[in-house]
Design a protein around this ligand. Sequence first.
Ligand SMILES: *Cc1c(COP(=O)(O)O)cnc(C)c1O
Length: 371
Amino acid sequence: MLTETKSIAPPKRLLYGPGPSMAEPRVYEAMAGPLVGIRDPYFLELIQEIRAGLRQAFGTRNEMTFVVPASGSGAMEAAMANFVLPGSKVAIFAAGHFADRMTAMATRQRARVVRLERPWGEVFDAEEAAQFIERERPQVVAFVQAETSTGAYQSGRAIASAARQVDALVIADTVTSLGAMPVEMDEVGIDVAFSCSQKGLSCPAGLSPISLSPRAWAWLEKRPEEMSTWYLDLRLLEKYFDPPHVYHHTPAPPLYYAMYAALRAIEEEGLMRRWDRHFRAHQRLIAGLKQLGFEPLVKRSEDRIWHVTTVFPPAGVDEAQFRARLFERFNIEIAGGLGQLAGKILRIGTMGPLATDEHVDFLLDAMRQCL
Ligand SMILES: *Cc1c(COP(=O)(O)O)cnc(C)c1O
């Protein structure tokens, strides 16, 4: 039997983690809109608006910009399944948990994966990136633009230009960067960028943006063999998003309403103003954290993700107990480390509505009280 106590009254948490992030009230309101059919003219128009908004956030003119009905990992899997052939060589820039996830997915596509590794928290310099790619001459190059497990950001410019020298396709994980930091897909030279909704875009999880350059799309149209996945076949997906809007899967309209509302908010604020707001919140947060005795994991400030700040706690502070105190006393959710950084660091997100002076100060004050 369903019980009265489990009625829909979820607690209101303050999501200061690296995702999921908080959504604006207008995003919540949008989700309550009426359900419509798969080919409702209203819905098909809304999808085109969303695609236009996503092109702006990605920094691209790519026609082939749409969404994968999944969380970010589903879009990552779509990128790997569509663009990696069995036996092809995939070069991965690996300095974190999500680069490892891409490695696992490329391996399942039976790729020959080669990795250039760096200690977690660092980024790759132009020279080593170029040398690695020249030496390996891969068919596909993959990197993580904002490595949420470490808090390190790299635009990928050097990686992409080296990849183009050997005619490799460039796949970028922009799951965390999209909506809060520069992705600049076209300028950087990324062929396939995938993302998610629940981080920089400040939506619920479930729809993951993906954008394909004309070069990537041309490659896909000539792909020599069928891929093993049907659901994530981007050519089939595209036939729904563009005329003739062939039924592929049943979309969840509230997630589209939410994404549209979030993209509208970004457009009204201005993408660059939004980046700047996240940058300023990060500056304020890191200064306050240092005062409290926290030590940044990413040493060089220019390598840091603005909206995911990673720090070692002060000596003697147990990170798990500290997080539990924040949660119990203030309803604040922050995250610990992943993989080799589990138990060692804290990951703090100041995304979307939380990237303001007031919200940073509120968090710092709560942290001070919980130390
Ligand atoms: C969160 C994240 C993912 C996975 O996204 P999910 O929505 O959790 O499936 C992949 N890559 C990066 C860099 C991420 O931060």
